[in-house]
Design a binder for this molecule. Structure first.
Ligand SMILES: [Ca+2]
Length: 726
């Protein structure tokens, strides 16, 4: 915590050779990128007037500069006073929705103090909300690429480049990130992005375990080892339960626990009418049956995807069988894997095509909040990636290898001419190594093509684009904006950087999370096939963590520091994958472990070797072992508990205790009244209309009366007793 970076930079960084005493801060600046190439001047002037008017109505300050081509950059910031009020307001809101437990103080001084203890992401988010929130919610209502603001290409915060550089340098020096490092990412990019890095970090830490056991299994255990499969599955389960605790921990640490309840409507959400409920709360009504029937469209969609992808993958397989079984020419052993390699390289592109269809479908489903919309997209993407990534391996493991001796001759009989004859005559040999090679090919090429798609392609595209840009303006001798309104030389380099950022795509953290979830799936589903796979993942992810940070810094617009309390629905995907892993690894060990000549598996023994009828039993048994195991792990880890939860509980106790003590102290203080107040009270009581209460007004007189009564009555009693004795 001590070495927080100061995210303000001196003005000299942005405007060289200028007064260095004034600070230029990045924390409150958003840029609106307005493109007027598609509309005529009249519309454009009208829109820009309206935009500036709306912005200044909310109290935002604006500066307009020329952008690339026919576009404008509208720099927006909030004055210090407005910003501190907004931050304060959002904190009060957080407290009202019990996202934070500490009540913000109301006086002016602490309000100013609150603004001082803010971090960059918080201020940026406030300004972003002021720009994009609807008027009813206190914003200027500027919604990029939607409605009347269709020509607004983007609203984005400016990268704090010095802070990015500093943090990247810091991250590359560390082997594992600490909580403070994650805090710094949160301060810069907001909790949504920071949770990705936190997940990545926890996952990387966990991967070191299967990497070590993987090397040991590879060296000492037989292929398709049951022991290794069990160890990996236990590891996966423990990791997942541990991550849930880490996530809860961080959500408390970053004051975002339950932040989903605070989300505003998406601008694209369409409702039929506004209904006011009994509490006087206006609600946007959209019929349940409509959204349900729209959502049920995803079932045929997935079925179609499964069929299309299934056909493509089976086609590639058939081609591969042809090459490996019927082709006897040179380079046969290499050519055999060419179709799989082509498939692996083509998968990301097929995937992105289907992703577009999925996001269109999610848009059609009309979700109210951005979170729900994103959740829906995410779930669809997960199912798609699941099919695309794992179907080839599942087909190989459970169809091609066990049933190949029936399929291949059949394929031969279907083919015309000599090709078919060759295939028919050629004796099909079962090759369990095929599965291993398949997994290696798919994971390795998958990692490489992901890296290529993430780093190389965007960079190349950007280079080509800017080159084309320069070429076009050179060829057309077009009067560039520089000729019309030259930049202030002091702002030149700053504007150049912002123009560059305006041309970059926005960042979507879900892509990166999805990549990691799919990778986790390979480990959970197919770990016994190739134990060394986790070593590759470990190395890849160590680099990936840093390269993803770099990617956000240089290849994307700075992400909006959106707040979330975790990685969202991905948790369920991970849960599903470990559960499926218990089935899939058991089946693989059952079928291949014994087939390679090693029938010493415990299950293989008890179930009498490998046979098809015993496969469901293996699956059933292992799945139930897994469910028990998960329950045990969950119980143990949750009783160990989270540090932040404990801290929060203690703080809550201290807070309550303090409140009660204060109440007590106040009561006691009232008891110790001064003489005048006692006198006043006495006279008030004397004047009471109920005479009953006016007899023992003097302090202590009630006690005295009581004592004298006891004495008197006691004497009486002794008298009575005396009488009895007599
Ligand atoms: Ca990535």
């Amino acid at each position: 915590m001590e070495e927080r970076f100061n995210f303000t930079v001196s003005r000299a960084d942005t405007f060289p050779r200028v007064d260095e005493r004034t600070d230029l801060k990045y924390h409150d600046k958003n840029v609106i990128h307005y493109d007027f190439s598609g509309v005529d001047d009249e519309v454009a002037t009208g829109e820009i007037r309206c935009m500036c008017e709306s912005l200044s109505q909310v109290g935002l300050q604006t500066e307009v500069r020329a952008g690339e081509d026919q576009s404008l950059l509208i720099f927006v910031r909030a004055a210090a006073e407005l910003l501190s009020t907004e931050i304060y307001k959002s904190r009060v809101k957080d407290w009202l929705y019990s996202i934070t437990k500490t009540q913000p103080q109301v006086d002016k001084k602490s309000k100013a103090q609150a603004a001082k203890f803010t971090f960059e992401a918080e201020s940026l988010l406030c300004v972003y909300h002021l720009v994009t929130f609807s008027r009813e919610n206190g914003g200027a209502g500027i919604t990029p690429e939607f409605g009347r603001w269709e020509n607004v290409k983007a609203v984005f915060p400016i990268h704090n480049e010095p802070a990015n550089r500093q943090l990247l340098r810091h991250l590359s020096k560390r082997f594992f990130l600490t909580k403070d490092d994650l805090d710094q990412i949160r301060d810069l990019f907001g909790s949504k992005v920071a949770f990705y890095f936190a997940y990545m970090q926890t996952y990387l830490l966990f991967l070191s375990f299967p990497s070590v056991t993987g090397i040991l299994a590879w060296a000492f255990l037989p292929k398709y080892s049951l022991i290794y499969a069990i160890i990996t599955l236990v590891g996966c389960t423990m990791f997942l339960e541990y991550w849930k605790i880490v996530q809860a921990d961080l959500s408390i640490r970053w004051d975002v626990k339950g932040v989903g309840s605070l989300k505003a409507n998406r601008p694209k959400y369409r409702y039929e009418k506004v209904v006011v409920d009994s509490a006087g709360r206006p609600k946007h009504y959209y019929p349940k049956w409509k959204s349900f029937s729209r959502q049920s469209l995803q079932i045929p969609f997935f079925a179609l995807c499964l069929v299309v992808l299934g056909v493509i993958i089976t086609g590639v397989f058939a081609l591969e069988i042809l090459v490996s079984e019927a082709y006897q020419g040179p380079y046969q052993s290499y050519l055999e894997y060419v179709p799989t390699l082509i498939l692996a390289a083509a998968l990301p592109y097929i995937n992105s095509l289907l992703e577009d269809a999925a996001s269109w479908l999610a848009e059609f489903e009309n979700h109210r909040t951005h979170d729900h919309h994103e959740m829906s997209v995410t779930q669809k993407l997960f199912v798609l990636s699941f099919i695309v990534n794992y179907l080839p391996i599942l087909l190989t493991a459970f169809v091609y290898v066990p049933l190949g001796n029936q399929i291949v001759p059949w394929l031969g009989s279907q083919l015309p001419g000599t090709l078919g004859d060759k295939l028919d005559k050629h004796f099909f040999q079962k090759d369990p190594d095929r599965l291993r090679n398949e997994v290696i090919a798919l994971t390795l090429t998958g990692q490489l093509s992901d890296m290529f798609e993430e780093m190389v392609v965007p960079y190349a595209m950007h280079r080509i684009r800017s080159w084309y840009h320069a070429y076009k303006s050179y060829r057309s001798h077009q009067a560039s904006f520089n000729a019309v309104s030259p930049d202030d030389p002091m702002e030149k380099s700053f504007l150049r950087r912002v123009r560059r950022q305006a041309s970059l795509p926005s960042y979507n953290v879900q892509d990166d999370i999805s990549e990691m979830v799919i990778q986790f799936g390979y480990l959970a589903l197919f770990s016994p096939v190739w134990p060394l796979v986790s070593v590759g993942f470990f190395i890849n992810n160590w680099i990936e963590l840093r390269s993803d940070f770099l990617k956000i810094c240089i290849e994307h617009q700075r992400p909006h520091p959106t707040r979330t309390d975790g990685i969202g629905p991905w948790i369920h995907s991970l849960d599903a994958l470990t559960w499926l892993g218990s089935i899939s690894t058991a089946a693989i060990v059952h079928m291949f472990g014994t087939e390679t000549g090693w029938s010493n598996t415990i299950l293989g023994h008890t179930l009498g070797g490998v046979s098809w009828w015993s496969l469901p039993i293996t699956i059933f048994v292992s799945e139930h072992i897994f469910l028990v195991l998960r329950a045990v792990v969950r119980f143990i880890l949750q009783s160990v508990g989270s540090e932040e939860v404990r801290k929060e509980r203690n703080e809550r106790y201290v807070r309550r205790r303090k409140y009660m003590d204060e109440l007590e102290a106040a009561n006691r203080a009232k008891e110790m009244l001064d003489v005048g107040a006692v006198q006043r009270r006495k006279s008030v009581r004397m004047a009471d209309s109920d005479i009953f209460w006016t007899k023992q007004v003097e302090r202590g007189s009630s006690a005295e009366t009581g004592v004298s009564l006891i004495k008197a009555l006691g004497r009486d009693e002794t008298l009575v007793l005396d009488k009895k004795d007599n």
